[in-house]
Ligand binder design. Sequence first.
Ligand code: GDP
Length: 367
Amino acid sequence: MTKHIENEECYGGLTVNKGIEQPPAVNPYLKKSRRAKRKNYSADEYVEGILKGDITILSQAVTLLESVLPEHHEIAQSVIAKCLPYAGKSVRVGITGVPGAGKSTSIEAFGLHLLKESHKLAVLAIDPSSERSKGSILGDKTRMEKLSNHPNAFVRPSPSAGSLGGVARKTRETIILCEAAGFDTIFVETVGVGQSETAVHSMVDFFLLIQVPNTGDELQGIKRGIMEMADGIIINKADGSNMEKAALAQAQFKNALHLFPMADSGWTPQVLTYSGFYEKGIKEVMEMIDAYVAFTKKNGFFETKRRKQSKYWMYESINEKLKDSFYQNPDIKSLLKTKELQVLNDQSSSFVAAKELLDLYFISLKK
Ligand code: GDP
């Protein structure tokens, strides 16, 4: 036993009892399980776990594919390739709306509805501005709490900041892993403020635009392109004193949609009102998606669109890889700023500078 000065006689009454010297670990297995969690799985072990529907392993595989380390990249790509034959069987839904439109409230309501009907739901996000450490709007852990804690749901925030192309590719790859893990419905959420809608649109079957009733012209500020992409426009917050405004907005959107040419799918986009907060009209929104899937599967558009998307992503991946390879090339890195300055100072034209850099790049590949 350690010698405790407090036990000496002059400190009468103060004793250190035996037994408090080495308090036992609260959970003696904790260390062990932590170590086990950090285990580096092989690609086959990841795939096995994913196919079994193990959410912890799925989550670790997604972390791996989001990693910037080349060795992680290699395993991740092998996991994706092995999962691919098991993927593709879900319904993929893109959900957009400006911040405050009620995306997370609605996704939670839609999700809980689906889970009650024995579906398995994955909620992913694309937010190129996000950086997890800074608490992105789409990465906030407190959002969609009920879904996050549900055993049949997998909620994953946006891959952290990077180019939109990079973030979108990772989300698309995550869809494959989620599908292989047995998730039959995938929601991909994005903030309705920029280019990310196009990226989401290119990876989903159905694109849902969330709007809110407002006074004045409903259509103001909504980019025509986003409306054109929508297979359904849903007006949230149709509750309490908003009911009338919501009905007005519904009529305005319906009118505006009439002005658009018929979509390639042959589907007429619907406009519905609902309340995510009070969970009213949720079933109807989900039924609209089911109706779209049935309609487009029947006329062949569902499959055609998926094929087109695969082609699009092949080219996107090539473009991204080429760009990466160019900008990460050490020769280019050392000369890029100099060339940029020459262009800015009119010492070189943009085209000449670009050609010189590209020539240098191609020469460096042959070295
Ligand atoms: P997000 O930024 O698009 O994810 O929006 P949130 O889901 O965080 O919702 C923004 C605000 O709108 C919150 O204060 C919600 O409580 C509120 N809200 C969301 N859905 C509804 C609804 O159906 N009715 C009403 N009245 N408020 C809602």
